[in-house]
Design a protein around this ligand. Structure first.
Ligand SMILES: [Zn+2]
Ligand SMILES: [Zn+2]
Length: 378
């Protein structure tokens, strides 16, 4: 790589890293501000975590950028995976079973629970970035077109970072008749701007909940993270993890967040969980408080009283400095040591949650074949 190219990549990454950690303007109007100011988690003009949180240790950003640009470490697959389109429909094919999940990549999960579909952090965009020409790019194409999705009853958003709240996707979803969007405080404003009617958006503070059709409970639970989509002020919108509960099943979705004592509290209150979907990538010792890392994934899973662990937030975008396969490989090792039921499905493959866990090893596939070799069997 030429010196000039390295410097230009370095500059891009610095800009993007700063952009991903801050926000340009207050994203809410006066009416919203009144609600937000009543939140216990909003202090001195910004949302705060329950525990003291370092977004980045000193000089962390610079070191991280340097490491990413100048030290090759298998941060990305050698070649982009290509999912063969003609196979996709056969892969994402829910049947009548009452509790199924399909991981579509990163934090996008399609959940079928007792007849209704919910979707978390839908991202169909090519990059997790404010720019179309730069920033973290997908390792594999989306496993299905938005138009081919089943009828969604609710979209759940964890926070406003680009890898979780994607303008392209929300604009597309806004044209579909999705009845509800569940979002943390302050995030609704973005959705309105992108075409979602205000009446469909429900904003939640931590521990707020809603019951749908006397059957489905959706609960916003705390996480230790931060928010923001542009320069200047950050933490103007809240970040959450989420619980979906029926009389028979319970699901935990972490969004993003470092280890905290809140996992135990959530586990005591709403556990045990039939599936705990925990953020497992984008960790680094330079930002130890805002992402879990493999060891803490297991710790949080234990606190939550999970029955099956599904690592999410890995394998699609390069957002940390670790090798891209490392989250899965390390968690497999720790899960074995701790006798944890681990679920690592291929992107888009539907898993019946009443069966046992499985590990697909899709990420170990021979890159020269340029595709993930799906079979029709689960
Ligand atoms: Zn985030
Ligand atoms: Zn994230």
């Amino acid at each position: 790589m030429t010196k000039l190219l390295k410097i230009s990549i370095l500059c891009t990454i610095i800009i993007l890293s700063v952009l991903s950690c801050a926000s340009r303007q207050s994203p809410y109007d006066k009416k919203q501000l009144k609600v937000i100011q009543q939140s216990e988690n909003f202090r001195d003009g910004e949302f705060v975590n329950i525990e003291k949180t370092r977004i980045m240790v000193d000089w962390g950003l610079f070191k991280a950028v340097w490491k990413r640009v100048f030290e090759g470490n298998d941060a990305e697959p050698d070649k982009k995976f290509i999912l063969r389109r003609n196979k996709i429909k056969r892969v994402l094919n829910f049947d009548d079973k009452e509790f199924q999940v399909a991981w579509l990549g990163h934090s996008t999960v399609l959940i079928k629970i007792e007849g209704k579909y919910f979707m978390t952090d839908p991202v169909w965009g090519k990059r997790a970035s404010p720019l179309t020409w730069a920033g973290p790019k997908r390792f594999f194409n989306m496993v299905t077109e938005l138009d081919d999705l089943p009828k969604i009853s609710g979209v759940i958003i964890s926070h406003d970072h680009y890898d979780h709240l994607d303008e392209y996707t929300i604009r597309k979803l806004a044209k579909r008749n999705i009845p509800f969007y569940y979002v943390p405080l302050g995030v609704g404003k973005y959705l309105v701007k992108w075409g979602v009617p205000e009446s469909k958006i429900k904003e939640f503070d931590w521990w707020d909940q809603v019951v749908i059709e006397n059957r489905y409970k959706i609960i916003s639970t705390p996480s230790k993270h931060f928010s923001g989509r542009a320069l200047t002020k950050r933490n103007q919108t809240l970040w959450s993890s989420w619980v979906i509960k029926t009389d028979k099943y319970s699901i935990y979705f972490s969004g993003d967040g470092g280890y905290s004592k809140e996992f135990k509290l959530i586990g005591d209150k709403y556990g045990p969980f039939d599936i705990a979907m925990l953020e497992s990538g984008a960790y680094d010792k330079l930002w130890p408080d805002t992402h879990l890392g493999p060891k803490n994934v297991l710790k949080a899973y234990k606190d939550l009283r999970g029955k099956v662990l599904m690592p999410i937030h890995w394998g699609l975008f390069q957002l940390g400095t670790h090798p891209w396969k490392e989250p899965a490989e390390k968690i497999i090792q720790y899960a074995r040591e701790n006798e944890v039921n681990l679920l690592l499905p291929k992107p888009g493959v539907v898993v019946d949650m009443r069966k046992t866990s499985n590990i697909s090893y899709w990420w170990r596939m021979d890159q020269n074949k340029s595709k993930i070799a799906y079979s029709d069997k689960k």
